[in-house]
Design a protein around this ligand. Structure first.
Ligand code: NAG
Ligand code: NAG
Ligand code: NAG
Length: 383
């Protein structure tokens, strides 16, 4: 047997072994999880102005519509993989009309009317800018039309909040359609990053230069060889993979217990664009909330100046409740406090009580029904 054959066999057996360790919930999609935890879900498809086709999951209820919007390289599943104690099921139990959306590029939104994500690099030419400018308004309009409501309430995590900030500043007519944004791990300014994330951000352009000749525009494609190996590896070495998450999001092993990890790694990360990572990297280097930097010449063509302009957050007037974590390394307290001073209409600024609270606890934490949902339910009732 050749070395390659042996290697392949090793990989295949470890993938099979990993799969046998995995609980059912790791493999179920949003609709299946919703049924398992007691609610019928419907699948809707929304086409954006620029041709992307996104899946929206709806768990119908009699109360007003609530939109759930996920973060970077994530998808709607993060709001349901905790089953009975997940946000989607909790809101459905309370009879809210729950809409869990997916933004372009992830496994539920890897489709376009013309572009083929496998062969057209143009499909991957987007960041949170396009998610906010095209995806979010299409999602909002679709929900309002389907429900007959004039406004909806929105809950965003991480990039899901960035999308709102982009939309409100560039298309202010949408401010009126969102009654409140509950912003968890709100992401716009990265002025106070600490190590190792600050180091990763410093290294970002270099790493990108190394990889750019390979023309890899999509990262973490579901079903790709590297993703299957990654998932098998993380299923067998969950604690090691968890520590990678903690490196960038903050260390909090109590809320992200070992037993839950195989389910988590069945759903996270999801596919996304390289450009999204670069745009965030630019925010970290520039320490401003600015449009994409294409380089001086191209900036001049697109923006009329050599530097990319800032998003004008004075235009963003949505009522916003900011939720921050003491130990959130990505959106740390100083940056959220700064954001609070910049946003015109902050209705609540809440720092989670636990000193350990990290960036991902907002969606994956195992004590959310006690620590977070009471705040969310109160806001949904009040606004
Ligand atoms: C989810 O799974 C169900 C049942 O297998 C399937 O019918 C449905 O198409 C899946 N939905 C998506 C969006 O993948
Ligand atoms: C979820 O909660 C419902 C109602 O409280 C209960 O009937 C069901 O058994 C729970 N499901 C699981 C899988 O724990
Ligand atoms: C609006 O909703 C109606 C029925 O609920 C549907 O027939 C129509 O296609 C929708 N329009 C858009 C633009 O989605």
């Amino acid at each position: 047997m050749s070395v390659t054959t042996i290697l392949l066999l090793l990989i295949v057996t470890s993938v099979i072994k990993a799969n046998s360790l995995v609980p059912e919930d790791a493999h179920l999609n949003f609709t299946e999880l919703s049924i398992k935890y007691g609610h019928r879900a419907l699948e809707h498809r929304v086409t954006t102005e620029d041709g992307y086709i996104l899946t929206l999951f709806r768990i119908p209820g009699k109360k007003p519509p609530v939109l759930l919007l996920h973060g970077l390289n994530d998808c709607s599943d993060s709001f349901i993989i905790r089953g009975n104690s997940s946000l989607a099921i909790t809101l459905a139990d309370k009879d809210y009309d729950v809409w869990a959306a997916n933004s372009r590029g992830n496994k539920y939104a890897r489709e376009h009317v013309k572009l083929n994500p496998d062969t057209d690099p143009l499909f991957w030419d987007y960041s949170f800018h396009e998610r906010g400018y095209y995806d979010l308004p299409a999602i909002i309009d679709y929900i309002l039309n389907a429900t007959g409501y004039k406004t909806l309430k929105s809950i965003g995590h991480s990039e899901g909040t960035t999308d709102h900030f982009v939309l409100g500043s560039l298309r202010p007519e949408y401010n009126e359609k969102v009654q409140i944004l509950i912003a968890m791990g709100p992401s716009a300014f990265f002025k106070h990053l600490t190590s190792p994330l600050s180091l990763i951000i410093e290294m970002g352009p270099l790493v990108d230069q190394v990889f750019s000749p390979f023309k890899i525009e999509e990262v973490f494609r579901d079903g790709s060889v590297e993703k299957i190996i990654f998932q098998a590896f993380c299923t067998q070495n969950p604690v090691l993979c968890r520590s990678l998450i903690f490196q960038v999001g903050g260390y909090d092993p109590k809320r992200l217990e070992r037993e839950f990890l195989p389910v988590l790694f069945g759903h996270f990360p999801s596919s996304g664009s390289r450009k999204s990572l670069i745009h965030y990297n630019q925010l970290g280097l520039r320490k401003r909330f600015a449009l994409y930097d294409y380089g001086a010449a191209e900036n001049l063509k697109r923006y009329g100046k050599t530097e990319p302009p800032d998003y004008n957050l004075a235009q963003y007037t949505i009522k916003t409740a900011l939720f921050a974590g003491n130990n959130d390394l990505m959106c740390n307290l100083k940056d959220v406090e700064y954001l609070r001073t910049v946003l015109p209409n902050v209705v609540l600024y809440h720092v989670m009580e636990s000193k350990k609270w990290n960036h991902y606890d907002f969606v994956w934490g195992n004590d959310l029904p006690k620590t977070l949902y009471p705040h969310i339910l109160k806001l949904l009732e009040t606004f």
